[in-house]
Design a protein around this ligand. Structure first.
Ligand code: NAD
Length: 349
C-alpha cells in the first residue's frame, strides 16, 4: 500500500517510517511542515529507498493537501502531525488549536473529498488512522487504568486539542463514512526524541553534570512505551484494526517521574561513569509543580493483545538501555541540544 504519513519527520512519525521502509513492503509519503520538533536526519536511511517521498506541507493548507493527495494517490493515511509538548501548550496554546484541531479538520476534509472519488475497490481497502494519546482520558488515582471505554476528561490545552481532534475524526466516520480508526498510546521514549521531553532531557543534563529538574515531588506516574513498539502497533492497527474502533497502546510499564530519573542516572553511571560528576542521582532537583499536573496515567492494552496479537518487545529497562546507548553513540546530537536553561522537563508527554 501507499501510505501518507503526516508528521513523519517527528519523533514517533520517523520511527514509524523507518519501520515501514525497513520491515514492510508499504510505500510512504511523508507530509510534514518541519516545525522545531522535526528532524529529517532521523530519516536518513529510509530516505534512500525508492518507496519513500517527502512533501513539505502544512496540514492547515487545504489546497496543498488536495494537490499532494491528487499527485500521490495514497491508499491510506496515518495522521500524527501535531504540536505535542504539554508545557508549550500551557505557555502558548494557539498553535495547538490551529494545528491539532483546525489542521486535523482540514486534513479530514481534504481526505473526504479525495476518498469520495476513489473507485469502489480502493475505497474498500482505504484507512485513516488517527493517532492520539492517553492524555485525552485525564488523570487516574492510584489504581485502575484507561480502557477504550474510559470517558474523555482532558486537562491540559494539549490534551484538550487532541481530544477535539479525536471527536472530529470519529464524527467524520459516523457522518461521512470515512473509514477512521483511532489509537491512544501512553508516553513514548526512544532514539531521536526531542530533548524537551523527560527522558532525553534528563539524560543530557545527567551526562553533563547539570541539575535535573523534576516537577513537584516527582510522584506523578507515567506508563512508558518504547517508540519502536508503538510503530509496530500503529501498523497493526492500520492494517487490521476495525473501522470506527479505538485501540489503546501501552506496555504496562508504570514509573513515577522520580524513579524514572533515578533509573536514567543509574544506567548512565554504569555505562558512562564520570569521576568528576560521581553519582548522577545527586543532580536531581525538585521544582514548582506544573499547572494542572495529572497525577497518573496507565493504559489497559488488552484489546491490542487479544484482537490484534500485538505485544511490546521492550521492557522499560531494556528500552531505556537502548535509548541511553543511542544517546551515548550520538555525542554530536547531545551537544547540539544542550542548553543552559533550567526549564523542567515535561513528564506528561
Ligand atoms: P513530535 O512533536 O515529535 O512531531 C510532530 C511532527 O508533526 C513534527 O515533525 C512537526 O514538524 C509536524 N507538524 C507539526 N505541525 C504541523 C503542521 N501544521 N503540518 C504538518 N506537520 C506538522 O511529536 P511526536 O511525539 O512524534 O507525536 C506524534 C503524534 O503522536 C502526535 O499526534 C501526538 O499527539 C501523538 N502521541 C505522542 C506521544 C508521545 O509520547 N510523544 C504519546 C501518544 C500520542
Amino acid at each position: 500500500m501507499k501510505i501518507l504519513v503526516t508528521g513523519g519527520a517527528g519523533f514517533i512519525g520517523s520511527a514509524l517510517i523507518r519501520y515501514l521502509i525497513a520491515d514492510t513492503n508499504h510505500s510512504v509519503i511523508n507530509l510534514d511542515s518541519l516545525s522545531y520538533a522535526a528532524n529529517l536526519e532521523a530519516l536518513e536511511s529510509a530516505s534512500q529507498s525508492c518507496r519513500y517521498t517527502f512533501e513539505h506541507t502544512d496540514i492547515r493548507d487545504s489546497d496543498a493537501l488536495g494537490r499532494v493527495l491528487g499527485a500521490h494517490q495514497p491508499d491510506g493515511i496515518i495522521h500524527l502531525a501535531a504540536e505535542s509538548h504539554v508545557d508549550r501548550s500551557i505557555a502558548h496554546p494557539d498553535d495547538f488549536i490551529t494545528t491539532n484541531i483546525f489542521g486535523t479538520f482540514t486534513l479530514l476534509e481534504a481526505v473526504r473529498a479525495y476518498y469520495e472519488h476513489l473507485t469502489y475497490s480502493r475505497r474498500q481497502a482505504f484507512r485513516f488512522l488517527h493517532v492520539s494519546t492517553d492524555e485525552v482520558y485525564g488523570a487516574l488515582g492510584d489504581t485502575g487504568s484507561f480502557s477504550e471505554d474510559s470517558a474523555y476528561a482532558p486537562n491540559s490545552p494539549y490534551a484538550a486539542s487532541k481530544a477535539s481532534a479525536d471527536h472530529l475524526a470519529r464524527a467524520w466516520h459516523r457522518t461521512y463514512g470515512l473509514p477512521v480508526v483511532l489509537s491512544h498510546s501512553s508516553n513514548n521514549y526512544g532514539p531521536w526524541q526531542f530533548p524537551e521531553k523527560l527522558i532525553p532531557l534528563t539524560a543530557i543534563k545527567a551526562l553533563h553534570g547539570k541539575p535535573i529538574a523534576i516537577y513537584g515531588n516527582g510522584s506523578n506516574v507515567r506508563d512508558w512505551l518504547y517508540v519502536e513498539d508503538h510503530a509496530r502497533a500503529l501498523v497493526r492497527v492500520f492494517e487490521e484494526g476495525r473501522i470506527g474502533e479505538r485501540y489503546n497502546i501501552g506496555a504496562h510499564e508504570e514509573s513515577t517521574n522520580l524513579n524514572l530519573a533515578r533509573r536514567v542516572c543509574r544506567i548512565l553511571d554504569e555505562l558512562a561513569p564520570d569521576p568528576d560528576i560521581g553519582s548522577r542521582e545527586q543532580l536531581i532537583r525538585f521544582v514548582e509543580d506544573r499547572k494542572g499536573h495529572d497525577h497518573r496515567y496507565a493504559i489497559n492494552a488488552v484489546k491490542m493483545q487479544n484482537e490484534l496479537a500485538w505485544r511490546p518487545q521492550e521492557t522499560l529497562d531494556s528500552g531505556l538501555r537502548r535509548t541511553l546507548l543511542w544517546i551515548l553513540d550520538n555525542p554530536a546530537w547531545v551537544e547540539a541540544h544542550l542548553t543552559d536553561d533550567e526549564q523542567p522537563p515535561s513528564p506528561l508527554n
